[in-house]
Design a protein around this ligand. Structure first.
Ligand code: SF4
Ligand code: SF4
Length: 560
């Protein structure tokens, strides 16, 4: 068991996609596959876009397999997980870091990979989607958008590490990852039905021409202006500034949260006073819009950032956490309305803050797009819900630009603070909070293999398979970063990523863990079962291990 995710090489990523699609009509476990009908599209940053929807910067955009799973579900706009100068082992993320049981909280922030690894993941994801879109006819391979996200200060963003990242996504053609992807595609061109050499050679290495800027809570206005100026004038990249719900002021936020049943949420006036003030934000945005125009680029805002609250009941480790999901919606939509009014609707806005099936059409119809989500994908429908949300947006009329209808948005914002869909229910208020570590149920077998842990995992780190005619769950050590979300949703009161049988990549990984599980090494196997580690020939392994290996070979050989 380790919280370090292992990157999947491009060839393995594609081999799995092709095997699964051919044998099960699924891709990375997503069976609700979306095909765009080609009837209409949008245009953003001079780039076609089949629909304005996708995953927000977060757990669903960290690894290439997450991007692929999201695309086949129906996502077309991807906000890549934020990178910053602090990365890999230097970045401390407390674990577990996510819980999405009702409103969502997290203590994670930027990518847990090293920045060059993040670049590799995004290029692999881009290239894989280009192949998948064409081969399986899911949509126009040129009509999805990757939007990069960087933070958190000017010095870091100007550093060589982050500058190389930005330039690598503006044009990936000189990167080793691009060359590796292209070589694999050319070497396997005969394995495709709808892809030829000319298509492979035509795949654009221009992965991103837009960026979402993330700044720390409390970042001074002149620092924000310096970063945006750098991005627009030196990097020549379309830029969105992620704004905080604190723009609404303490009194409005406190009253809204209290009225909606979130009176237990703890936050202080200080955060509102140190963050960008509304009048300063308006002046800054106006200035940056002019600068964008002068550079022939779009400048807009992303609404909103998560909301900073205090940890009071051991919801997650540490002292501070970030709220999102249903409780964030009334705040985000109200920030949007306040800003839209100040700009008479002439401020491009992207949205992330509790979008779901109930509100997504209303948000889009006000003129706010693209719309990204994270919390809803962490619930038990996981990536499978994307198709529903993308299809709802397909039913709307697509606008020619991002002008916001201010009165419609104000009406929606007013309704949101009274909408029961976003209130804390009495039942949820009464439910005791499940804390981490409470459930310890070390059994390799589930009472009923419900599959929740498979769906709620952003990294596809749990799977189910038929073992001797019985549905069983298997945890995949390599893909897991111990975010903790599957723990929250397991009805069997166990910690799926610790208590259940685990597939390891090799001996070292197994020895570094305390999980029961096994690693296959040619015709030998190393395993921990009933507490002791043993190594033997496959044929001499305990029956349960042999049965799992046989099932994997037959059903999911790409995992071995
Ligand atoms: S297996 Fe569980 S803890 Fe690991 S990444 Fe997936 S949801 Fe998070
Ligand atoms: S580990 Fe828990 S969530 Fe996963 S399949 Fe078993 S019972 Fe369901």
């Amino acid at each position: 068991m380790s919280d370090i995710m292992v990157q999947i090489p491009f060839h393995k990523l594609m081999e799995r996609v092709m095997y699964e699609k051919e044998n099960y009509n699924t891709v990375y476990g997503v069976s609700n596959l979306y095909t765009h009908d080609g009837k209409k599209d949008l245009n953003l940053f001079d780039h076609g876009l089949e629909n304005p929807f996708g995953p927000a910067a977060g757990p669903h955009t960290q690894l290439a397999q997450n991007l692929v799973a999201s695309y086949v579900g129906g996502s077309r706009f991807f906000e890549l997980k934020t990178v910053q100068i602090l990365d890999g082992h230097d970045l401390h993320v407390d674990k577990p870091c996510i819980r999405a049981d009702d409103e969502c909280y997290n203590v994670e922030w930027s990518t847990e990979l090293y920045v060059p690894q993040a670049l590799e993941e995004y290029i692999k994801g881009w290239y894989a989607i280009k192949l998948i879109a064409k081969e399986y006819g899911f949509g126009d391979p040129d009509k999805f958008i990757f939007n990069m996200s960087v933070g958190y200060n000017l010095e870091g963003i100007k550093s060589k590490k982050i500058d190389d990242f930005i330039e690598g996504l503006k044009d990936a053609s000189n990167t080793e990852t691009w060359k590796e992807c292209e070589k694999w595609a050319l070497d396997h061109v005969n394995d495709f039905k709808n892809i030829d050499e000319a298509y492979i050679k035509s795949i654009s290495p221009k992965v991103c021409n837009s960026i979402t800027l993330s700044t720390m809570h409390g970042c001074p206005s002149d620092e924000i202006e310096g970063i945006i100026t750098h991005l627009l004038t030196n990097k020549k990249i379309n830029t969105y500034l992620k704004c905080n719900p604190t723009l609404l002021g303490y009194d409005f936020v406190r009253k809204t949260m209290d009225d909606m049943g979130y009176d237990y949420m703890s936050f202080e006036t200080h955060g509102f006073e140190s963050d960008l003030q509304f009048e300063d934000a308006v002046a800054l945005i106006r200035k940056m819009q002019e600068l964008g125009k002068a550079n022939g680029l779009t400048f807009g805002v992303k609404l909103s950032n998560t909301f900073h609250v205090k940890i009071k009941n051991s919801e997650l480790p540490g002292q501070d956490m970030y709220m999102s999901g249903k409780a964030l919606y009334p705040l985000t939509i109200n920030v949007a309305a306040k800003l839209a009014k100040a700009f008479d609707g002439k401020l491009p806005m992207s949205f992330s803050g509790g979008a779901d099936a109930n509100n997504i059409k209303d948000i889009f119809n006000t003129g706010i797009w693209p719309i990204t989500v994270a919390t809803i994908l962490l619930k038990p429908t996981g990536y499978q819900v994307i198709k529903k949300l993308a299809t709802l947006l397909d039913e709307c009329e697509f606008p020619a630009d991002q002008t916001v209808n201010v009165s419609l948005l104000e009406e929606l914002a007013k309704k949101a603070v009274e909408d029961s869909n976003y209130k804390k229910t009495e039942a949820a208020r009464k439910k005791p909070l499940l804390t981490f570590g409470e459930n310890v149920n070390v059994r390799v077998e589930c009472k009923v293999t419900c599959g929740s842990c498979v769906n709620v995992c952003p990294n596809r780190a749990n799977t189910t398979l038929m073992v001797d005619g019985v549905k069983r769950m298997l945890h995949i050590d390599d893909y897991c970063n111990e975010c903790g979300n599957c723990y929250i949703f397991c009805p069997d009161k166990c910690t799926p990523y610790k208590d259940r049988l685990t597939l390891f990549a090799g001996k070292k990984e197994l020895e570094d863990s305390t999980n029961q599980g096994f690693a296959v090494m040619g015709d030998r196997v190393i395993y921990r079962f009933d507490g002791t580690v043993k190594e033997c020939a496959l044929t001499d392994a305990p029956e349960v291990i042999r049965s799992f290996i046989t099932a994997l070979k037959e059903q999911q050989p790409y995992l071995l």
